[in-house]
Structures are given as structure tokens and as C-alpha cells.
Design a protein around this ligand. Sequence first.
Ligand code: SAH
Length: 243
Amino acid sequence: MADLHAKGLRQGPGSDRTTLRALALTGLDDSIPLQVADFGCGTGAATLVLAEALPSSTITAVDLEPRFLEDLRERARERGVGHRINTLEASLDDVPLPEASLDLIWSEGAIYNLGFAEGVSLWRRLLRPGGILVVSEITWTTRSRPDELEDYWRREYPEIDTASAKLKLLEDAGYQPLAYFLIPETCWIEEFYRPLEARFPEFIRSASDKTAAQAIVAAEEREIELYESFREYFGYGMYLARY
Ligand code: SAH
């Protein structure tokens, strides 16, 4: 999986514009030096945008996958923001950062690895009081949906739910919800799926285990097909909350 995603600019749906839109909604002052962390940063799609938009801040980019972090460091150097980004190879369920040390936790397309409820409650202790969490999460966008889609997501991610349910989880975990918006379809198709599909042939060609590689591609193709058929029923929600 990491081989397929390693050469990508992003490992999940999103866009620079969407990251900037969410950042604007935080109301944070970009001239203040903030302690920021990007959880599940991948190769740094959001990390780099944040580093440029918050020129006085320091960002800790956290991921389990060392190849992604290496790629991120190289891109950060090229863009002249390397000195303000620290990479940290760690698991999101046990991030070795001091309690109450962060002004802003950012996490796009990664909290599902822990589950939303678990993630928001574990990460809260790392925020200083008044600190802000910005997290994207797969979200139902209608009250009901076709069985085929429901069955697929209940298998893949049983925590999938509506925005109101996710906002309630944030409240239950002690946060004050600040904003929610649905990220645009272009963030899935043009920004994520098309570049991913373009890497399938080379990924299979260079794989040592072709059968395993083909199975990974088939699963990705299934996910893409489902998005294209049913995109009116689900999407990625961007959630902003203050602790
Ligand atoms: N935020 C990036 C990457 C999203 S993909 C983007 O939007 O492009 C999810 C990322 O979470 C991957 O980089 C994966 O390596 C990382 N990840 C998955 N489980 C993790 C865990 N338990 N701890 C830390 N990182 C994890």
C-alpha cells in the first residue's frame, strides 16, 4: 500500500484550497508563532500548505511511514520551509508530544485509522486549553442511502456517520465545535483518484508480488467506482473544534 501511495502528492482526498479554507475558518492569527502538528501527514500535502500560510509557526509532522516522512522532508527543503517542520515517526494512538503543548492539531484523511471518537478523545490532551482541532472524516451526507453503499462502508469503516453525529462526538469529548464543511468533489476525483489511477500500471509492473499488487489495485478501483456511483450520499467532512 505504501509503495502505491509513496509517489503521490497526497494520500487521501483534499486540496491546497480546502486546507486554506479550513485554516481561514480557525480564525488563527498567522503572525503569531504557533505550535502545530499534522497527524497522519503522509507526504505532507497539508503540512506544506500550513507551513507556508503560518510563516511564524513550527509544525510537527507525524506519520508511521518513514518513506512518507523522508519525501516530506525533501519537499519541505525544496519549498524553503524545512527549518520549521519536524518529522516524527510515531503512531497516532501514542504520539510522544508533551500534554497541552499544541495550539493546532491538523489531520486530513487519517483519523479513521484510530476511529473518530477514539482519535478526538486521545488527541485532546495534547492541545493547550483553547487549542484547535481540524480533522477530516468520511461522512454520510443524506439521511438514507442504497444498501450496497451502506454495506460497503459498514464493512470498511463502521464509524461512518452523519455530520451531526460527528459534531456530537466532538461535544461529548469536551470540544466546542467551530465549523463544518463538506470538501468539494474535485478533492476526490482530480486531486486524489486520477493521479492514483495513473500510478496503477507502474505499481503492478514494479511489484515483487504481482498478485498482491493486483489485489490492492482492485480494491482501490472498487472504492473509486463506488465514489463515482454514489458520491451524493457521502463525502469527506472537515470538522473544526476548540478545546
Ligand atoms: N494527510 C495526508 C495523508 C492521509 S493518508 C493527506 O491528506 O494526503 C493516512 C496517513 O496516515 C498515511 O500517511 C498513513 O501512513 C498514516 N497512518 C495510518 N495509520 C497510522 C497510525 N496508526 N499512526 C500514524 N500514522 C498513521
